[in-house]
Design a protein around this ligand. Sequence first.
Ligand code: NTF
Length: 837
Amino acid sequence: VEASIPEPQRAAWTKHQVGGFKDKDAFESEVVRHVETTLARSLYNCDETAAYSATALAFRDRLILEWNRTQQRQTFSDSKRVYYLSLEFLMGRALDNAMLNVEQKDLAKDGLAELGFRVEDVIQQEHDAALGNGGLGRLAACFLDSLASLNYPAWGYGLRYRYGIFKQEIIDGYQVEVPDYWLDFNPWEFPRHDVTVDIQFYGKVLTETNDKGNAISQWEGGETVKAVAYDVPIPGYATPTTNNLRLWSSKAASGEFDFQKFNSGEYESSVADQQRAETISAVLYPNDNLDRGKELRLKQQYFWVAASLYDIVRRFKKTRRPWREFPDQVAIQLNDTHPTLAIVELQRILIDLEGLEWDEAWNIVVNTFGYTNHTVLPEALEKWSVPLIENLLPRHLQIIYDINLYFLQTVERDFPGDSDLLRDVSIVEESEPKMIRMAYLAIVGSHKVNGVAELHSELIRTTIFKDFVRIFGPDKFTNVTNGITPRRWLHQANPRLSELIASKTGGHGFLKDLTALNKLELYIDDKDFRKEWAEIKYANKVRLAKHIKATTGVTVNPAALFDVQVKRIHEYKRQQMNIFGAIHRYLELKAMSPEQRQKQMRRVSIFGGKAAPGYWMAKQIIHLINSVGAVVNNDKDIGDLLKVVFLEDYNVSKAEMIVPASDISEHISTAGTEASGTSNMKFVLNGGLIIGTCDGANIEITREVSQDNIFLFGHLSEEVDDLRYAHHSGDHVVDPKLVGVFEEIENGRFGNPKDFSDLISAVRDHGDYYLVSDDFSSYVDSHAAVDEAYRDQEGWITKCITSVSRMGFFSSDRCINEYAEGIWNVEPLDTTKDKTA
Ligand code: NTF
C-alpha cells in the first residue's frame, strides 16, 4: 500500500499529530475554540447544548486521529478482518462512552466545571443513537465495543436511518409514537461523499454464451440508487484501537434530482424520484421478533448488503491476492437472517462479474460467512415471497434456485429417496406463493451457525434446524452465549459501584478481564465494603425515584423493593403475567386488616418498554399497566406498600439509569421462547437479583451465581408442548388466583373492562399459548420468596455481592473471543508495533 505523502514531507505531518488531551487546559482550550469558531457562539450565549456540542467535537477530534491510525495499522498489517453485518446498532449516547474509553472523563469533568458546567448535565444533552429495536441491536453495539477493546481488526456495517426507533409517549395511559429525528446535530458521523456505491434494483437478466461455450448471465438493473458511506468511530477501552462503523445512506443516483425532468417542467416527478431513493434508508422497521415481509424492507436489506459487499470486495482487491484467499482475509458475520442476501450477492459477484466457476466461488462464499440465529419464534423467521424477489432482484432469484438445486442434489445423494426430507429442507417453500426461507439459505451458505445461549443453541439443533444437523453434521452448529460490555453497563452506568469494585480488586483491570470480579468474594464479610455497597444501591434508587416523580408524578419510596421489568413489550416476555401478579398483590393487600398490611413488604413495580406500533395485544398490556397504576397509586389504604409505574420511552440511556437502581428484575418469558436475553446480565452485574424462568441465559446465570442467588419458577421448556396440548384438549383449569384477578378487571375496577378483554380471553379462552395460567401460581410463590429474602437485608446484600463476583463469564469480551477463535479465525492486532509513525 502506498502512502499519498512522500517520505521527506511526512515529518511535517507527524509533528502535528496529537493524541489525547495533554491536560485539562488543553481540553478547555479545545472546547472554547469549538464554541467560538465551529458553533460561532461565545461565553454570553453558551448553554448546555452548546457545551455538549463543543465537548463532543473536542473528543471527536481526538478519536479521529486514533481512528485514522488504526485503519492504517490494519491496512499495513494485512491481517484478516471481521465484518459484522447488522441491520440494527442500538448505540445509545457516544460522548460519555468516548470520554471513559479514552480514560479522560475526570479531566473533562474538571475542565467543564471550570467553564461553568456539570459534566453529568452536558452528557444528558445528547440524543440517543437508537438504530435498533431491542436485544439484537444492543448486542451488536456491545460487540463493537469489545472488538475495539480487544484490538480486533473489525468493521460494522449498517444502515444510516434518518429515523431511529420511534419515541414513545404515554397519553391517557396509551402509547403514542413520535418520530425520532436524531440527525439534527450528530458530531459522531463522518460523511464520506467520495465513498459511494451504485445499487441496482429491478430490471432483467441477459444470458449469453461465452467463447468457452458457457452461459454467462448479466443483470441489467432497471433502477439505480446511490449508497453514501457515513463513518462512525468506535473507540476501544484503554487502547488506541478505534474501529469503524460504516452506515449507508441512500440518495438518488442522479444527484439531487433529475434536472432534465426538472427543466422540462416535470418538477413533481423529478422530486419524487429523489424521494423514492431516500426512502430506502429513511426509517427503521420498529418490530422486535416479528417479520412482516414488506417490499421496502427487502430493498433496505439488499441496498445495505450490496453496498457493504462492494466495499469489502474493493478492499480485498487492493491486496492483489488471488480469490481463493478471500476467506483468509475476510470473515463476515450475519446478525440474524437480515443480511442473508450477502451470500447470494457474493456468489453473483464471483461468478457473473469476476468469472469464477460456480464451485470455486461457492467454496469461497461458504468459508467467508457465519450466521447467528437469534430466535426460534416462527413469526420472526424471515421468508420472502418468490414473486417479490423475482421482481426486485431477478438475477439473485436465479442464483438462489441454483444454490438450492445443488444443495438438494447433495441431500438426495446422502439420503436417497427421502422426499419428505427434500421438501422439508428446501430453501424454497412450495406454498402459494412460493417463499424463500432465509434461515435455510443462511445455513447452507455459511460454515458455522450459532445460537446465543446454551438452551437456545440446543433448541435450534433439535427443533427448527434438526434436519440440517443430520445433513451437515453437528460440528457446523455451535453455541456462543451472549455477553454485555462492562464498560457501558458497569463503569459508565454505575460509576460509584465501578470505583468500589476497583478499590477492592486492584484497579480497573476487571473492565478488561471481567473474571477479576471473583476477588470481591474475599470482602463478603467486610463491614465497610457492605455498607458502601448498600449506600450505592440506595443512591441509585433515589436517582430513579426522582426521575419517576418528574416524569409520572408518582412518589415512590426508595426504601421499598424496586421490582423492574424493562424490555420490548411482547406476549412471550409476559408483561401481562407481571401486571396480573401486581393486581393479585393489590387485592391481597386490600383484603388485609391495617395491622396485617403494615407487616407487608413495600414494593414499586416498574415497567418500561415499547410496543411495536401494529401490535395490538402489546398496546393493551401497556394500557392495563397504566390503568392499574392509576388506581393503586391513589389508593389511601395502600400508600407506599405498592406503587405501579410505567416509564415512558425506555431506551439505552434510560436503561443506564434504571438498571443500577433495581433490586429484583423480571425475566419471565415462557420457557424456550427467549433466545438469550441480555438485560438479565446487566441487572445482576449491577447488584440486582433476578426472578425468572428457566429460559435463555437465565440458565447459565444460575449456573454461575448458584440456585441460592436467583428466584427461578415456572415450567421447563420440555413441558411446553404437553401443556399447550392440555389447553386445547380441555384438560387445563385456569389458575384460581388468576380467575380472581380477571374478575376484578371484568368488574371494571381498572376502567372499562372491554379495553382488556383480549388479554383475558387469550389466557382463558384461546389456548393460553404463552402458558400464563400454568406458571401463575409458582410466579406468585416466587415473589413471596423474594419478599422474605429482602426482609433479611444482610442476607440480600450477601446474595448481591456473591452474584456480581461470579458474573465474569457474561462479558461480551469473552463472547467475541469465542467468535474470533471458533468462527472467524482472526487474531487481535498488536497495537504497539506501529509501522506508520
Ligand atoms: C433477540 N432476537 C432475542 O429475542 C433475545 O433473546 C436475544 O438476547 C437477542 O436477540 C440477542 O441475541 C431478536 O431480536 C430477533 F430478531 F431474532 F428476533
